[in-house]
Each structure stands twice: as structure tokens, then as C-alpha cells.
Design a protein around this ligand. Structure first.
Ligand code: C2E
Ligand code: MG
Ligand code: MG
Ligand code: MG
Length: 282
């Protein structure tokens, strides 16, 4: 009796797996065509300079508008694109598009572009960056490359010369999602980062929880002491911003200022209507 039930269970599981596998194959096939079909779009989220009290740049965030499934989250398709090796081409498109868009913004506004581990090693990132800068005419100092700790972890040997090559071209390098990896502290001093972006998980409870605030304060101090610009990601409320304003935090990013928006909204955001997205409106 139990055996029958077990078999049935197994069979059900297999069907489920087959369905999942098929869905994945379809997604793979669609992803391969997405660049050529112009299904990708960049959204831009403001980086808000606390000292200057203004938007000093935007992070480019990739969006996939799937013809039938609608918007697919980057959290879902970027790992797949990495696995399939498609991320190198997609990343090249992102770089060129972001630089081209930013070249149309005021000169004191920067653009930040995310780069994945595979782009870092299997592509030719310094060359792709140079091409994007030359083609778009964007000043190198206005481009910031964001990489996560896992990039360094997986490619410790290769990472340093690539980082130096990028910096030699005059652009800035930021460590993204700081604090979520394994060896954050040693990486901070051995790689030439201009900026750390403290992961949004560290800001969530800072208003309600003294310990959480103590931790983010310590990370901000560390970044500051190492001479880096410090950005806190995921700031959603005015109360959180008020706490961070008393610390050596240089920039914030988060829904309090604005969620990521289409390129067309950038002028509106720059002209000051960012205030309406945050707590000041309420
Ligand atoms: P990330 O680089 O850390 O980007 C920040 C993510 O946090 C974005 O998610 C953004 O929409 C979200 N976010 C911003 N403010 C808030 C907030 O106040 N609260 C909360 N809960 N979330 C907030 P998104 O756009 O879904 O992107 C997810 C991740 O996908 C990015 O994390 C990045 O690692 C990756 N990604 C996005 N675009 C690209 C790209 O062009 N290339 C590569 N390689 N990765 C990308
Ligand atoms: Mg990022
Ligand atoms: Mg991040
Ligand atoms: Mg500082």
C-alpha cells in the first residue's frame, strides 16, 4: 500500500519536474532572442547625495518585457543568462545603452551599471567599457561599475588587474550588496573600490532596532575610514533617512527617493519631483 503511494508520489514529482524543465527551455529560447527582439529596457533609480541634497546619479536596472509573460524580474533571468553565457552580450548592450542615455543628462549626473561575474571574466570588460564610452561620448568619470563580492570570490586572481584596468580608464568601481557575502572585510582593503553600497537588508530595522542601527553605523564608519564613498541601499522611509543623515553616509538609494523609473522620467526626477515619492509627500 505504502509502496503504491510512494510510486504515485514519485511519478507526480517527475511530471512536475518535466513541466518545470519545459518552462525553463521555453524561457531559455526566449532569452536568446530577447536582445535582437528589443525586449530589454533600462530603468533608472536615483542615487541621492545627502550632503548636496540632490540626485547625483542613477543606477541602470535591466528590465525584460517578455511578449507573453510580461515583465520578468532580473532576479529570475540574470542567473539564467549567466548560465547560458548570454550575459556577456546582454551586459554589453546594457553598458552601451546606459552610457548613451547618461550622455544626454546634465554633466554632474553619473550612471551606475551592474556587471556580473561572468562578464567580468569571460568577456572583455575593459574593452567593452571603452567601446561604450567612445561610442556614447560619455566622460569616463561619469560611469560607475557595480560588482558584488561573489565576483571577487570566484575570480580572486583575475579580479585585481581587471579592476585596475577599469580604474585606469578613469571610471569608478563600487562594491554592491556589501555585507551579504563571506569575506567582505578582507576584500575591502585588498581591492581598490571607490564606493561601497551597503545591502538593503542592513537598513530594514534601523528605526525599530538599536542593534541593527549599531551594525549599519559600524559599516558606514568602516567604509568612510577606508576613504570610500558610502551608499546605503533600500532606504524606504524618511525616518531611516533621518538616522543615516547623522552618520558618515554619503548617498542613499531606495523607494523613499524613488523606485526605478523609465528613462523618460529622469528629467522629472532631476527637477525635484523626487520629493513626492518619499515620506515628504505624506
Ligand atoms: P542591485 O544591483 O543591488 O539593485 C538594487 C535592487 O534593489 C533593484 O532590484 C531595486 O529595484 C531594488 N530596490 C531599490 N530600492 C529599494 C527599496 O527601497 N526597497 C527594496 N525592497 N528594494 C529596492 P531589481 O531591479 O529587481 O534588480 C535586482 C538585481 O538584479 C540587482 O540588484 C542586480 O544585482 C541585478 N541586475 C539588475 N540589472 C542588472 C544588469 O543590467 N546587469 C546585471 N549583471 N545585473 C543586474
Ligand atoms: Mg547594483
Ligand atoms: Mg545592491
Ligand atoms: Mg565618506
Amino acid at each position: 500500500h505504502a509502496k503504491t503511494a510512494g510510486r504515485r508520489g514519485e511519478r507526480f514529482f517527475t511530471n512536475e519536474m518535466e513541466a518545470q524543465l519545459e518552462a525553463r527551455h521555453t524561457l531559455e529560447a526566449d532569452l536568446r532572442k530577447a536582445v535582437a527582439n528589443h525586449e530589454f529596457e533600462l530603468n533608472y533609480q536615483p542615487l541621492f547625495d545627502i550632503g548636496a541634497q540632490r540626485i547625483c546619479g542613477f543606477e541602470a536596472l535591466l528590465r525584460w518585457n517578455h511578449p507573453t509573460r510580461g515583465r520578468v524580474s532580473p532576479v529570475e533571468f540574470i542567473p539564467l543568462a549567466e548560465e547560458l553565457g548570454l550575459i556577456v552580450d546582454i551586459g554589453r548592450w546594457v553598458l552601451l545603452q546606459a552610457c548613451t542615455d547618461a550622455a544626454g543628462w546634465p554633466e554632474d549626473v553619473k550612471v551606475a551599471v551592474n556587471v556580473s561575474a561572468i562578464q567580468f571574466t569571460h568577456g572583455n570588460l575593459p574593452e567593452d567599457v571603452s567601446t561604450a564610452l567612445t561610442t556614447s561620448g560619455l566622460a569616463p568619470a561619469r560611469l560607475e561599475i557595480e560588482i558584488t563580492e561573489s565576483v571577487l570570490m570566484e575570480n580572486r586572481e583575475e579580479a585585481l588587474p581587471i579592476l585596475h584596468a577599469l580604474k585606469q580608464r578613469g571610471l569608478r568601481v563600487a562594491m554592491d550588496d556589501f555585507g551579504t557575502g563571506y569575506s567582505s572585510l578582507s576584500y575591502l582593503s585588498s581591492f581598490p573600490f571607490d564606493k561601497i553600497k551597503i545591502d538593503k537588508s542592513f537598513v530594514t530595522d534601523i528605526v525599530e532596532n538599536r542593534e541593527a542601527f549599531a551594525i549599519i553605523r559600524a559599516i558606514i564608519l568602516l567604509g568612510d575610514a577606508l576613504g570610500m564613498r558610502v551608499t546605503v541601499e533600500g532606504v524606504e522611509t524618511g525616518e531611516q533617512l533621518a538616522l543615516l543623515e547623522q552618520e558618515a553616509c554619503d548617498e542613499i538609494q531606495g523607494y523613499h527617493i524613488s523606485p526605478p523609473r523609465p528613462l523618460a522620467d529622469v528629467p522629472k526626477l532631476l527637477s525635484g519631483s523626487w520629493e513626492t515619492h518619499g515620506a515628504k509627500a505624506g
